[in-house]
Ligand binder design. Structure first.
Ligand code: 16G
Ligand code: MG
Length: 542
């Protein structure tokens, strides 16, 4: 380790004094102008992690659905997963230390994690379309280089594409080829093969309108569309040529405002979807003949997919275990439908992809989706092997079903939730089942719900248990929530400190929209009073 070079280069990426940042649920996120030193330091950390794991590590520069002026960075672990928790702590520590402590902290991390400094290191880098991203990814490269790491800069990629590259590289290309063409070919081939099985294919030229949030999804879909255009034609809106990234559009906007994005021409009953700014989230929606907007969120996506998988498993006669993983934000009726109608086991974890991903790995086939549209389906090695074997051995309809399972396995990004691959699976299932978007939506009706934010002096005074469904502290808060929930029918409410914003989030469900609104308001007031609210008191208006 050339300590002098580190000191010299580190000074060129100086930390603004007094700035403290935390490696949160999705890495570091803040205003782009405050991130140069964090990028350089994450380049250093990625090299250490690569040396320790003797694997390729990914560094993604993006702030996802956050405003264009923001940016962020996260590290991707060897199998495409989110960074291990102990390394999140190193990341926070390294991002916040003063210049003069840099050498000591690097040596410290190296010792704690038994890093062999002689080991080679390889880091792959990707970035979104933000104007600040190019320069910031250069700072990551500076960090990688000064610690002697090798790197490959993929330039602009969706977040899930970088996860895919990391996964491919660390499995000697067995999973797929670690190039952008490799990604397009693998997914398109599986999609085209799958949709060929649809009896109605060819009758109708299937089209889908996609709001790309003015982000990277648009660029990548443009490059990819000719690979699958024989089965699906996509109409891209908010493709970044005019509008601002994530501004009044994208999956986060549509989900949280429950309305269509700007810049999209929607006709009644047309199937539409929105990606977020880095294309790892997707929600569907349509407008009915009366002009009413219908959102089809991650819960309904999980329901469609798990129902279809269950049918195929029944057809091939294989008893592979299947489980659905949700968070506390999953609509109560989605959980009820999955458990009572579909008879699939449902599990609840804390918010954040890594928690769901981890739980989903416990099943042969683990379907996980957050209501906000992050999700994928994971297949165990055993399930993959079994399915490939069945696709060869079985005959007639059973073989057909096994082949579909094989295609679905190839389509889902096994490294993380991926809007592009999720979209292709959904489109294939709708075609195969001959379902319209309205029929899909009608599987169950969402219980009316409301989300609110409350500002408090220190959101960490709220701690939770039972996958965030119960508040442990401050004292009295859970009792207050219990009392309020009892006043309404079909009701449920919980609060949790946000992992990405300095607020406490409140979620409430009840039998009518008015009831959900007032329950959310009353719970907000309880949070404000018992957890040190600051600023304006919550108001009963929406
Ligand atoms: C991050 C998480 C997402 C989660 C959200 C919750 C990843 C890649 N992203 O965006 O899964 O739903 O945070 O935000 O893990 P909150 O803590 O502010 O509610
Ligand atoms: Mg995202």
């Amino acid at each position: 380790m050339d300590l002098d070079a580190i000191t010299k280069y580190s000074a060129l990426h100086a930390k603004p004094s007094g700035l403290i940042l935390q490696y949160g649920t999705a890495g570091f996120r803040t205003k782009a102008e405050h991130l140069d030193h964090v990028m350089f330091r994450m380049g250093l950390l990625a090299v250490l992690r690569s040396k320790q794991t003797k694997s390729t590590i990914g560094v993604m520069v993006t702030a996802s659905h956050n405003p264009e002026e923001d940016n962020g960075v996260k590290l991707i672990d060897p199998l495409g997963e989110m960074l291990a928790p102990s390394w999140e702590e190193h990341a926070t520590c390294l991002a916040n230390i003063e210049e003069q402590d840099m050498q000591r902290v690097l040596i410290d991390i190296g010792e704690k994690e038994a890093v062999n400094f002689q080991q080679d290191a390889f880091v792959v880098i990707g970035r979104d379309t933000r104007p600040s991203s190019e320069k910031l990814s250069q700072s990551v490269i500076d960090g990688v280089t000064v610690l002697g790491g090798q790197f490959h800069d993929y330039g602009m990629l969706t977040t899930p594409q970088l996860h895919y590259m990391v996964y491919c590289r660390n499995t000697s290309d067995q999973y797929g080829k670690a190039t952008i063409e490799g990604y397009y070919q693998k997914h398109s081939k599986a999609f085209v093969e799958l949709t060929k099985q649809a009896s109605c294919s060819g009758d109708e030229n299937r089209t889908l309108k996609i709001d790309c949030a003015n982000g990277i999804g648009a660029l990548k879909l443009r490059e990819m569309e000719h690979y699958f255009s024989q089965s699906l034609s996509v109409h891209l809106f908010n493709d970044g040529t005019k509008g601002k990234l994530n501004h009044l559009c994208g999956a986060d906007f549509v989900k949280s405002h429950q309305k269509p994005p700007e810049g999209m021409e929607m006709k009644s009953n047309e199937r539409c979807c929105s990606f977020d700014g880095d294309a790892d989230r997707i929600v569907y929606y349509y407008q009915d003949a009366d002009g009413h907007f219908h959102l089809i969120d991650g819960d309904k996506i999980a329901t469609l997919i798990s129902s279809f998988l269950k049918e195929l498993l029944l057809e091939v006669g294989e008893s592979l275990s299947i489980g659905v993983v949700q968070t506390a934000y999953a609509n109560g009726n989605s959980t009820r439908y999955l458990e009572e109608v579909m008879k699939v086991p449902v599990y609840c974890t804390k918010t954040g992809v890594k928690h769901l991903h981890h739980k989903a790995q416990e099943f042969d086939i683990g379907v996980y989706f957050e209501a906000n549209g992050h999700g994928t389906v994971l297949f165990s090695k055993f399930a993959e092997m079994k399915i490939r074997q069945l696709a060869k051995e079985l005959e007639d309809n059973k073989r057909k079903a096994a082949k579909m399972l094989e295609n679905i396995f190839d389509l889902f990004n096994q490294a993380t939730g991926d809007a592009i691959s999720d979209m292709l699976v959904i489109e294939a299932i709708l075609a195969l089942k001959g379902l319209t978007v309205q029929q899909w939506d009608a599987l169950y009706t969402d219980i009316p719900n409301r989300q609110l934010k409350v500002k408090v002096a220190d959101r960490q005074v709220i701690s939770t248990t039972d996958a965030e469904r119960q508040a442990v502290t401050p004292p009295g808060l859970q009792e207050a929530i219990n009392g309020l929930v009892k006043k309404y029918r079909l009701s449920r409410a919980f609060v949790r400190p946000s992992g990405t914003e300095d607020v406490v989030r409140v979620y409430a469900e009840a039998d009518s929209q008015e009831s959900a609104n007032s329950l959310a308001y009353e719970v907000s007031l309880a949070v404000f009073q018992l957890a040190g609210g600051i600023g304006e008191r919550p108001q009963p208006r929406f």
